[in-house]
Design a protein around this ligand. Sequence first.
Ligand SMILES: Nc1nc2c(ncn2[C@@H]2O[C@H](COP(=O)(O)OP(=O)(O)OP(=O)(O)O)[C@@H](O)[C@H]2O)c(=O)[nH]1
Length: 409
Amino acid sequence: MRIRQLILINLAVWLFCAFVVGASWLINRNAIQGAALSVFQAQGRAAFTLIRATRHWNAAQGSVYVPVSSLTPPNPYLELENRDITDNLGRRLTQVNPAYMTRQISELLADADVNMRITSRNPLNPVNRAGRWESDSLGLMEQTGATEHVDRVGDQYRYMARLDIVHSCLPCHEQQGYKVGDLRGGISFTRSAAHVDPLVNDMLARVDRIHLGIWVLISMIAGLTTSLVFRFRQQLVGSESVQQALRALVETDALTGVLSRRELMNRLHREVDRCNRFDTSLVVLMVDIDHFKQVNDHQGHAEGDRILKRVAEQLQSSLRRVDSLGRYGGEEFTILLPRTSHDEALILARRLLQEVQSMGDVTISVGMACSRDLPDPVTGDVLLKMSDQALYAAKRNGRNRVFCHRELS
Ligand SMILES: Nc1nc2c(ncn2[C@@H]2O[C@H](COP(=O)(O)OP(=O)(O)OP(=O)(O)O)[C@@H](O)[C@H]2O)c(=O)[nH]1
């Protein structure tokens, strides 16, 4: 697997983890905010149940009278004959119906952190007229038949429970056209979010901290794995370059830069396999510098080395990319010419001869063997042997010449 792929996989895993953490963070925040609303709904429902019980008690009495006072003046919207009476002690009493009682209780809650309000879209007392949210909630409940509605509006939690017309409501509300079962209005509870939010904010902050921590941890792990991948890559590159250097040492001849004998033999066997399998022609040239001992003796070993290198360069520059040039040993080189006929190889060999001669320092002799001239299947050893014999023939016949194996027989 490539390093880039490892880094991309690492990045993809990090992005996926970041996505999961982000999704979990959002889900948890929404769940906490939803839970806060549910808690407020439960509180509103409990308060409403209590109020409804007191209203039922009031209605069950038939008529409840209390002394008239500044706190409880006669209710002008309660248009009943016996709304106000005088008891046998001479005190003035006024009737308090469920609606009046509910409003009085709501007034007592004015300073509490929960506000309660009896409300209607068609009230007898204009004070009870529904506000925008209350009106919308009542409309929604009328449409859906729901018994309650809860919401967060700005910095307030709001709860509304419906009140339906029952028999005891008819004396006051029948004249408005109501029947039993109609939605008359509702009781709404409002609580400032400031009373709920500290707890919610504390939980949200905890969720934020936990998710931030997880995200930082994942990012650190991703950073660590990425740096490990880079370090691994550096080591890999280092070991690759060492391997390349070792391979170059093994495969090339240190003095001339052409193929080493070992690599030359490898290639020879590969080319022989190929030429046998595909029935193509392979030519081996054995090249030897003439009287090289004299060069060493007269000009010195260092000059001999320099000439060896120049001859190798000259030979190499005349070959195709598919050809192989190697140092067979001493001042002897071997050239492999795959898919080359005898005649083509002969032309090339003669050209090599001329090019080296034109350098002016030395001449070469060339022995040539072509796979087409040998019995099938040809082997590398036979090709080498035959080209070597041809080379000796070239030497025997005066040097600075090409001799083909086929001329030997
Ligand atoms: N400078 C140098 N000389 C080398 C190297 N390898 C072999 N030689 C020399 O090449 C010479 C080869 O000599 P011989 O085998 O007698 O052949 P020759 O003098 O070229 O004569 P013929 O091949 O018969 O033309 C020897 O003197 C070796 O020392 C090398 O790497 N550098």
